[in-house]
Design a protein around this ligand. Structure first.
Ligand SMILES: Cc1cc2nc3c(=O)[nH]c(=O)nc-3n(C[C@H](O)[C@H](O)[C@H](O)COP(=O)(O)OP(=O)(O)OC[C@H]3O[C@@H](n4cnc5c(N)ncnc54)[C@H](O)[C@@H]3O)c2cc1C
Length: 247
């Protein structure tokens, strides 16, 4: 990085980021991992007070600077989601990597992002015109709008959850994974590994519209078959749990 800035208000951060060659620095697990010489200037978000995880109304608001480790330990976060946050990365990364960075990075194989989708994830974005909320699915599809900062992700913590995944080993990042959630009798399933970003699937036709890219871990056809099988597994598990499971 060519320079370092540490604003203490969101307005000051947005002003700094409006200039070219400046980039938001959160946990730095990706930005600081790049050892190539760079003209970029870092705008560090750590003094903005964005690391609270709190219950707001019926939802849970997770500040953009909350780390995956903090999320995995927060009593406000439902148990299964905490476990997914814990499994997302080893402790060396979990203590640094933030929820804002996770959303901005949009990794296709992130089970935590799929989980946030299934929990009706919304993203709070601060821009020159103030703060507004977008569906997480939209932010994942289109990317973080230019000139904005992620300030939080909000989820609905209620419902029963089922997770099914296939990886090369149980501890490996899954090739394809399904995170299912049943709330008020309706089931939502989000999939990883079958599109450029995690996606919400149509439960009755989980591979509709999906054109995954194959790689050494699994061809496109294999990934589509996994999507069908894993969606069926989580749907059946949620059906077997019934209404009781939602409590
Ligand atoms: C060895 C290694 C293994 C990894 N394994 C995994 C893995 O298994 N699963 C996984 O999901 N990720 C993994 N990652 C990627 C990374 O750790 C995560 O995506 C992480 O959540 C990034 O968060 P960060 O806070 O460190 O982001 P940073 O490195 O600080 O930033 C990453 C990007 O996000 C942008 N950004 C960050 N915060 C905001 C914000 N609030 N608003 C707007 N833009 C923002 C930055 O400008 C930058 O472009 C891995 C990374 C490494 C180096």
């Amino acid at each position: 990085m060519a320079a370092y800035h540490r604003p203490s208000t969101i307005g000051a951060a947005l002003e700094l980021l409006a200039a070219p060659d400046r980039v938001a620095l959160a946990g730095g697990t990706l930005l600081n991992a790049d050892r190539a010489p760079s003209r970029l200037e870092a705008v560090d978000l750590q003094a903005l007070g964005l690391n609270r995880i709190e219950t707001v109304g019926g939802g849970v608001r997770i500040g953009a600077m909350a780390t995956l480790g903090e999320m995995s330990e927060s009593p406000a976060v439902p148990d299964r989601l905490r476990a997914v946050a814990r499994a997302e990365a080893p402790s060396t990364l979990r203590t640094l990597a933030t929820v804002g960075g996770l959303v901005a990075r949009r990794r296709p194989d992130s089970l935590l992002l799929a989980a946030l989708l299934a929990h009706r994830g919304r993203v709070a974005l601060a821009g020159p015109d103030g703060e507004n909320e977008e569906d997480l699915a939209r932010v994942l599809g289109e990317g973080v709008p230019a000139g904005t900062l992620i300030t939080a992700a909000t989820i609905d913590p209620t419902g029963a959850v089922a997770v099914a995944a296939t990886g090369r080993t149980p501890a490996d990042v899954p090739i394809v994974a399904a995170y299912g959630r049943r709330a008020d009798g309706a089931v939502a399933v989000a999939l990883t590994g079958v599109a450029p970003v995690p996606v919400l699937a149509d439960g009755s036709d989980p591979t509709a519209g999906l054109v995954p890219e194959g790689d050494f871990r699994g061809s496109a056809e294999y990934r589509l078959e996994l999507a069908r099988v894993l969606t069926r597994r989580v749907t059946e598990e949620l059906a077997a749990a019934g209404d009781e499971g939602e409590r």
